[in-house]
Design a protein around this ligand. Structure first.
Ligand code: MG
Length: 161
């Protein structure tokens, strides 16, 4: 059996007048902020897609879904995730597990973690116990700490039986 590991990172700016979607869950920021971006700016799913692509050295989401392409304007990132998983499966690989850390001061993510895990697991066709979603604050430090943006780190492990 062969194994591959991939790493992903993304950050999006917090701005007024945009939805705040993480792991396919629409959240309410206490100051009414959301994530800026060409697609729905789901930073969690973006980091995850980069981890999956990285595991097979298939480039990054900017290569597969260029931001200047009007097809991806306002795109549901979970639909893009399905396309990335299809690429992985076409090459004969399966997802063993994924793990992610969202870095956000607010809102509190804990009540929504299970919904995010199940959204992602469903799109990947795997059990939710293979999808880790964790949340941390940045203790007020740096751009995420100042709530200028929300970031996410992800790793993905793939196997080829
Ligand atoms: Mg992104």
């Amino acid at each position: 059996m062969q194994l591959r590991i991939g790493n992903g990172y993304d950050i999006h700016r917090l701005v007024p007048g945009r939805p705040l979607i993480l792991g396919g869950v629409a959240l309410e920021h206490p100051d009414g902020l959301g994530l800026d971006g060409h697609s729905d700016a789901d930073v969690l799913v973006h980091a995850l897609m980069d981890a999956l692509l990285g595991a097979l050295s298939l480039g990054d989401i900017g290569l597969h879904f260029p931001p200047e392409d009007p097809r991806w304007k306002g795109a549901d990132s979970l639909v893009l995730l399905e396309q990335v998983v299809a690429l992985v499966q076409q090459r004969g690989w399966q997802v063993v597990n994924l793990d992610t850390v969202v870095v956000a001061e607010r809102p509190r993510l804990k009540p929504h973690i299970e919904a995010m895990r199940s959204n992602i697991a469903r799109r990947l066709g795997i059990e939710a116990d293979r999808v880790g979603v964790k949340a941390t604050t940045n203790e007020g430090l740096g751009p995420t700490g100042r709530e200028e943006g929300i970031a996410c780190h992800a790793v993905a492990l793939l196997q080829q039986p």
